[in-house]
Structure formats: structure tokens, C-alpha cells
Design a protein around this ligand. Structure first.
Ligand code: C5P
Length: 399
């Protein structure tokens, strides 16, 4: 395959040389485009030697008075010739250019002209990564369908420790190959996924709910769809657009979610209960809005139907995956739920004080099955979804 590799101006630029070599070893053709910042860290000659092709260094670098039309519109040709655009390291500046459609150098111009898949491997200082501006760009680019190979935590050249390092070249190359050769290992599966929070009415205008954004469940739906599954997505109220191609059933309360789940089980081979279902509902809901009062008052709550536990009791041929959102004792709680709710796997994630989990675009989970625990380090929810589905499919084949 033909890969356009954009190299940004950061200290991690030297690792892009190893990445280029690895991609070539794996049989791809690599066309490197360096930003002017990247050329301060590593020379175009390094990449030209590794790839056997001229390194592109600027929009106008080849445009001489005798220039041909071909060299003047080189960015269009590169856009048409390549199967994928990879940027590593993707600096905060590049992410910002891409997110906002600024085109003032070869790489950002190529990006706008390119219609194929885009993989970005960010690398920058911890604070730059955590800045709301960078995180907003990250979200925009993820929503646009681009793959972001999240920066793992570790020691950074600036002397700080935290997320910001470039991912390992082999992991970046794997992400590129997954985009180029989509797997269809879920072609025989019908996956029912629940996502988002539920809302339990307290009176006609108020409700009990939680901070679930639905992002993890929607990432699972997208990933299962990409891998060839038929997907039934039963979703509580969220501000997300459902992936194109899913059978979407929108619900509000735990009871509605329960009814939708049990009405949809026919032909299902896997159930993933990602929704953060409210554990309590009001014992009675008045027909009129409750009046404001200055005195304290109590409200009687009763447990909602435990959909996962009922699924565990009714357990059919399908693989059953539950979630455990905890604020502590993660593995222990996940193990307890695995046994109590008769699940095949529990995905445990820390919520509350953590910067992953509810609302975030990233997650860090443990996958607990009867045969042991696998830790999935902090990654984008899409990458975490990929890991969950791979593990769940192994269980399905073993059953
Ligand atoms: O016991 P806990 O509520 O923490 O378990 C979380 C798991 O149970 C999640 O998979 C969630 O979707 C599911 N659940 C459910 N029905 C409820 C509460 C939780 O299916 N009423």
C-alpha cells in the first residue's frame, strides 16, 4: 500500500525514521512530507535514504521558474496517489491546522485534498496535550472519523512525565494496517449494545440520571460495525449521532431499556451492557410538577430492574459482557459482578476522580473473565472498544 507519512516538528520526529523503516519492511511504499519544524530536528536526507524517494519539504520547494504544472500541484498528486495519510508525530500545531482546515504548508494542504483514511499519532508536552484547545481539536478529528493513536504516558524529553509521548512505531504501524485492511471477523455476529445513561422521572419535568456520555457504547457500536457485525444499539438519552448502519432503539428509563433488550434478543450472538443504568427510580411519580419548598424533604426510591442480572439468569447462547464503573477496588468489584451476574466478561473502569471514563474520549479498563484479568492501558475509546471486541470474540469461539 502507499502511505503518505507527514512528519511534524517535535523531538519525536526522529522516531518517524524508525516508523518509515518499519512500514517499508512490512511491504508498503512511503512518501514522506516534512513540515519546516520537522526539518529542524531531522534531515530530509534521512527519510529519502530510508524510503528511496524524494522527501517533500514545502509547498513551493520544487517550484522553479521552469516548473511544470505537475510539480506546482504536487499536493493534489500526492493526495491521489496514496491510500492513507499518516502523521507522526502530529504536533499540537498540526492537529489545530487539520481541525480548522488551515492550509498554509504542504502537509495541511495535502490533508484538505486527501479523501482517504487518516491516522494521527500525536506527541507533545503534557500540558500542551491536556490543554482544552488541543483536546477540542482531538475531539473534532476523532469525530471526523480519523484514527488517533493516543500518546501513552511516560518520561518526556521536556523533563515532565505524563501522556504526550509518541506511541511505539509498531503500534502506529498496526493502526495503519488495520485501517488499510479492515477485518471482518464479526461478519457472523449480531451484537446488541446498550449505551448511555437512563433517566428516571421524578415528576413531569425532573429526572434522576448520571454522567454517562454514551461515548464508550457508541465506540463499541462503530467498531463492531466496522468489523462486519449487525449491530442493535439500545441507547439512553445522549448527545451523539449513532453510527450509520446500526439498528438504533432510543429509550429513556431502565424499564424501557429492559423491555427493548428483551424484545431484541432474537438471533443475537453477543450482548454488551455498556449503559450506565440508573440503580434507583422514584417509588411514585406525581402527575404534577413538585412545588418548591424551603423545608427539607425526602423522596422514596426503589431499585430499578437489573437488566444485566436478568440477562445472566436467562442466559442463552450469546456471550454476555457487563460493565462495572467503580470509584475504587476495580478488579475486586469486577470479579464479584462477573460471578453474581453470570457474565462471560466484565469491563471494569474507574470513574469519578479519573480523567478517563464518563464523558472523556479516553478510557483505561480491566477485562475480567473466568480465566483471568487483562489490563487495557489508557487509550481512545475506539481503541478500547477494539480490545473489548477482540476478547469477547475469543469467548464466543470458546463457547
Ligand atoms: O451492579 P452495577 O449496576 O454496578 O453493574 C453495572 C452493569 O450492570 C452494567 O453493565 C450495567 O449496564 C448493568 N445494569 C443493568 N441494569 C441496572 C443496573 C446496571 O443492566 N438496573
Amino acid at each position: 500500500m502507499r502511505i503518505a507519512l507527514g512528519v511534524g516538528g517535535g523531538i519525536a520526529a526522529y522516531k518517524a525514521a524508525e516508523l518509515a523503516r518499519l512500514l517499508i519492511q512490512r511491504g508498503h511504499q512511503v512518501q514522506v512530507i516534512m513540515t519546516s519544524g520537522a526539518q529542524e530536528f531531522i534531515t530530509p536526507l534521512t527519510f529519502a535514504t530510508l524510503t528511496g524517494r524524494k522527501t517533500i519539504t514545502g509547498l513551493f520547494s520544487n517550484v522553479s521558474p521552469e516548473a511544470t504544472l505537475a510539480s506546482a500541484v504536487e499536493h493534489i498528486a500526492v493526495a491521489q496517489e496514496n491510500d492513507i495519510l499518516l502523521v507522526a508525530p502530529a504536533t499540537a500545531n498540526i492537529m489545530s491546522h487539520f481541525a480548522h482546515g488551515l492550509a498554509d504548508d504542504f502537509l495541511s494542504t495535502l490533508y484538505l485534498a486527501f479523501t482517504g483514511p487518516v491516522v494521527l499519532a500525536p506527541a507533545m508536552n503534557v500540558n500542551m496535550w491536556a490543554h482544552p484547545a488541543t483536546q477540542a481539536n482531538f475531539e473534532t478529528l476523532t469525530k471526523r472519523g480519523h484514527v488517533l493513536v493516543a500518546p501513552p504516558e511516560g518520561f518526556l524529553a521536556c523533563g515532565m512525565t505524563g501522556p504526550g509521548r509518541l506511541a511505539e512505531p509498531a503500534d502506529i504501524a498496526d493502526a495503519v494496517e488495520r485501517e488499510l485492511n479492515p477485518v471482518s471477523d464479526y461478519a457472523d455476529e449480531t451484537v446488541l449494545i446498550t449505551a448511555g445513561p437512563t433517566e428516571e422521572p421524578v415528576d413531569p419535568v425532573r429526572f434522576l440520571s448520571n454522567r454517562s456520555s454514551g461515548k464508550m457504547g457508541y465506540a463499541l457500536a462503530q467498531e463492531a460495525l466496522n468489523r462486519g457485525a449487525r449491530v442493535i444499539l439500545i441507547s439512553g438519552p445522549v448527545a451523539l449521532t449513532a453510527p450509520r448502519g446500526v439498528d438504533l432503539i432510543q429509550v429513556r428509563t431502565a424499564q424501557e431499556m429492559h423491555d427493548a433488550v428483551f424484545a431484541s434478543l432474537d438471533g443475537v450472538t453477543m450482548v454488551i451492557k455498556c449503559a450506565a443504568v440508573s440503580d434507583f427510580q422514584a417509588a411514585s411519580v406525581p402527575a404534577e410538577k413538585m412545588k418548591k419548598t424551603t423545608a427539607n424533604f425526602s423522596m422514596e426510591l426503589e431499585p430499578t430492574v437489573d437488566i444485566l442480572a436478568e440477562l445472566g439468569r436467562a442466559k442463552g447462547d450469546w456471550v454476555l459482557v457487563g460493565f462495572a464503573a467503580e470509584t475504587g477496588n476495580l478488579e475486586q468489584e469486577a470479579k464479584r459482578k462477573l460471578a453474581e451476574k453470570n457474565c462471560d466478561m466484565i469491563v471494569g473502569n474507574l470513574v469519578g476522580t479519573s480523567t478517563t471514563g464518563f464523558g472523556s474520549d479516553e478510557n483505561e479498563v480491566v477485562l475480567v473473565t473466568k480465566s483471568g484479568t487483562t489490563e487495557v492501558p489508557r487509550a481512545t475509546k475506539r481503541e478500547v472498544a477494539e480490545r473489548i471486541l477482540t476478547e469477547a470474540l475469543t469467548l464466543r469461539h470458546a463457547s
